[in-house]
Design a protein around this ligand. Structure first.
Ligand code: SF4
Ligand code: SF4
Ligand code: ZN
Length: 488
């Protein structure tokens, strides 16, 4: 997506027609015809981003000075020892050089992490060979969504070099010397996934006979979202297009409850009635919840206290562990994040997922059907019994469902419930089957479009209006997924 955006920007910088609005539209339309294989939602975003960027370009010129586009991705150094900055470089006739960091969403103001980027970018900009020597270097953030800009650095070449030696070179040195493995989002596109020692071996977990089109990564939240609408999954999760905040009271409440549970269980002891006492009473545990958040969720937290698993003899193995594995048959990195993993006194591992809803499932079978993390976790733990902690026998998967009226724990013993394990495998195989072969991500317009965070980019958004009739009657908390981070 950004590659196309950059190519179109570079082409339009050389096109004189962009001086007028009509000319710009014509030139943009012409450019976009070259990229007919783009997803329609991405195509919309790219056209929007290019227009915003060209406006930004004019505004920056009016605010500072006229600069001309020099090149994308300038590099300094010689082969094998090069430092590059992945951004466009501009220069003025009197030696001002400007690098613009393109953000998919909005420009961010200076912060330590961005400063490192700016430090290295400024070093590259100052070192690039150009006809006019540099007198000033400026690093600007440019938001492609809203045309926002932030100058994050401005200085002379001497200042740039000093800053690079202090804050840039040592970081680069550490990067080159790093030998540890840090599983995370970068595993998604990692060519080493198949032989990475930090990933659990989950071969066969997705039940596929052959790999998909390329290495992918997947979590329960991905497959849940994909089932609702493949286009939404693609635009929101893969492209990370700017999304409208569509949070509902139920999902906000779920997030608050999960935050409290994680903080309470990190103490390693059982939650008590005293923990959930009225605000202001002795011993009440609010964690990082505000008074308002605590008051809003207190009855749910009180319901949990009665089903808290951390009784005497139980050991917390991990709270919300991010676990990554690799299914070599499907060529997919598999991510999961249960709410709690604990070991009971006998040594058995329990994997617990907690969900809030307005209507309690009738029984285990109803819970299994409604909450996809259940078959998902059963499948992972039965593929690799040690995936969540070393254990002699297969773990137990639990689903704790909390409603305003009370909590209930549903249990699947993977050692005994072989029929359920087979059902879990079938459920995951079926969901993953269509996802792994999909490369077009078509849209599924329907009532869900009303709450779709990326509907602004979707040409197929159904014209549904969020009225009571169109809304589901039961509010099951959907998968939160792993922390996806902000779009940048
Ligand atoms: S698969 Fe391994 S090497 Fe690749 S990004 Fe993940 S942790 Fe790092
Ligand atoms: S607006 Fe509707 S069809 Fe479009 S991506 Fe969102 S849910 Fe899918
Ligand atoms: Zn508890």
């Amino acid at each position: 997506m950004l590659r196309v955006t950059r190519q179109v920007i570079a082409a339009l910088h050389r096109d004189e027609r962009i001086a007028t609005w009509e000319g710009l539209q014509e030139a943009l339309r012409e450019q976009m015809t070259q990229y007919s294989d783009l997803h329609p939602g991405v195509e919309r975003y790219v056209a929007h981003a290019v227009e915003q960027y060209l406006d930004t370009h004019d505004e920056l010129a009016a605010q500072y000075e006229e600069v001309r586009f020099f090149a994308f991705d300038p590099v300094v150094g010689s082969q094998g020892r090069e430092v590059a900055v992945w951004a466009p470089l501009y220069s003025s006739v009197d030696g001002v050089r400007e690098v613009r960091r393109l953000r998919v969403n909005k420009a961010r103001s200076s912060a330590e992490e961005h400063d490192r980027w700016a430090t290295v970018a400024a070093f590259v900009a100052a070192g690039v060979k150009m006809r006019v020597p540099p007198v000033k270097i400026r690093i600007v953030e440019a938001g492609l969504f809203d045309g926002s800009t932030e100058v994050v650095f401005e200085g002379t070449p001497d200042e740039v070099r000093t800053r690079y030696e202090t804050y840039g070179r040592p970081v680069i040195k550490n990067l080159l010397e790093a030998t540890d493995y840090r599983p995370g989002q970068s595993c998604q596109n990692c060519k080493l996934a198949g032989c990475c020692p930090s990933l659990e071996d989950l071969s066969g977990c997705l039940g596929q006979r052959r790999p998909g089109t390329h290495t992918r990564s997947v979590s329960a939240a991905d497959l849940e979202l994909y089932l609702k609408c493949p286009a939404r999954w693609y635009l929101e999760t893969v492209c990370r297009l700017p999304a409208a905040g569509m949070s509902s009271e139920a999902s906000d409440r779920g997030r608050i409850i999960h935050r409290w549970l994680a903080q309470a269980h990190a103490r390693g002891t059982r939650c008590t009635e005293q923990d959930v006492a009225l605000l202001g009473q002795v011993g009440v545990f609010t964690g990082t919840l505000t008074a308002e958040e605590y008051a809003k969720t207190r009855e749910f937290l009180a319901a949990h206290v009665r089903s808290c698993p951390l009784v005497d003899g139980v050991e917390v193995v991990a709270v919300e562990p991010s676990t990554y594995g690799y299914d070599g048959t499907a060529d997919v990195v598999i991510a999961s994040q249960p709410d709690l993993v604990y070991r009971e006194a006998g040594g058995r591992i329990f994997i617990r997922e907690t969900k809030t809803t307005t209507q309690m499932p009738a029984d285990e079978s109803d819970a299994f059907d409604r909450f996809f993390p259940v078959p998902w976790l059963m499948n992972i733990a039965s593929t690799a019994k040690d995936a969540f902690g070393e254990t002699e026998i297969l773990p137990v998967v639990e689903l704790e469902v909390i409603t305003p009226g009370g909590a209930r724990v549903f249990t699947w013993d993977l050692e005994r419930d072989q029929d359920m394990v087979r059902m879990a495998r079938a459920e995951v195989r079926q969901r993953a089957g269509s996802w792994i072969r999909d490369a077009t991500w078509s849209s599924s317009p329907g009532p869900q479009c009303t709450w779709c965070p990326v509907r602004r980019w979707c040409p197929d958004a159904a014209d549904a209006h969020g009225d009571a009739d169109g809304q589901p009657q039961v509010y099951d908390e959907s998968c939160a997924g792993l922390q996806a981070g902000l779009s940048d």
